[in-house]
Design a binder for this molecule. Sequence first.
Ligand SMILES: [Fe+2]
Length: 389
Amino acid sequence: MPFYRHVGEIPAKRHTIFNTPDGGLYTEELMGEEGFNYDSALLYHRYPPTALKAIEAVEYEEQPTEPNHPLKPRHFRTHQLKPGGDPISGRHLLMANDDCRISYVVAGQSSGLYKNAIGDEMVYIEAGSGTVETVFGRLPFTAGDHVLMPASTIHRWVIDGSAEDSFRALVLESTGHIGPPRRYLSRNGQFLEHAPYCERDLKGPTEPFTEEGEDVDVLVRHRGGMTRFVFRHHPFDVIGWDGCLYPYTFSIHDFEPITGRIHQPPPVHQTFEAPNLVVCAFVPRLYDNHPRAIPAPYHHANVDSDEVLFYVDGNFMSRKGSGIEAGSISLHPGGHTHGPQPGSVEASIGQAGTEELAVMIDTFRPLDLGPGAKDSEDDKYAWTWLEGR
Ligand SMILES: [Fe+2]
């Protein structure tokens, strides 16, 4: 999605003869969204990307979900969730609806090759570092990065360290495509001046990444379940590509906050959008400078949203006395009015700024609760707005 990029060798003209050193032909693949009518990339493979030696159904049980009933604001302490697996297999499903799945993963192993054929993924790295290896090239990542992985991109997570909690991340799996808010882009897709980040802040692959191998397994998540494809040749055989569709990273620390004289509404914090949801970043910033400003947010009823806030770091000013800590996730569902905990409004007056770091996902359809939510819930949270508690 973001903007035109060219990596490695490509022919001068698309859909023309492109010879390998031994006089053969590279195989051209167009990977595109919305049926040839949206962003795409042209990739040049050493081997046909279609040569499969085996296709196997994978035994897989979807993590069950149930409605948020009775309707309650919720608090999940993700750091209570058990480490295990890798950045793909270790996902504890917290919440889900027909548009997305939101998971938390704490893992100490690198993953195998994988592609999510249902939609794009956004993985926010809470802790850890490493590299995501993809057919487009390699993407180094570290804490604070959002890793944006387009649907059907074959990739694997290689993490630094081997402690069981080397890697911590919040995972958003969309059923559609995730990209910057349309309102921040020109008609031709360039970031506009009022956008809180721009092209220079997006880090894409810089060179091809190839690997030789035969009979290579790729796990495919699709609408019918999980399937294992066994490729004749290693799918990391792309020697060049160009286009506007590729994986990239964006660090939360490169988000330039928009502030004002009085409280700015959450849309100023928006980083990404996807069908029926938005993603926002709350970063260290100066508070409102009107002499009578109240920096804490007002109470609000998001009648069309379920609001998921992942508290990463800093002092969570509006949640005083609520039990919220680093790694906490709050869910404030549509139909519930929420706001600062008692005393937070008064405490915010006169403060110069905040060091908070948080990622928010607002969905426009209600979220059901998964096993990760049940395993980490602080069931006292709903009562933390009571005075004198
Ligand atoms: Fe809110």
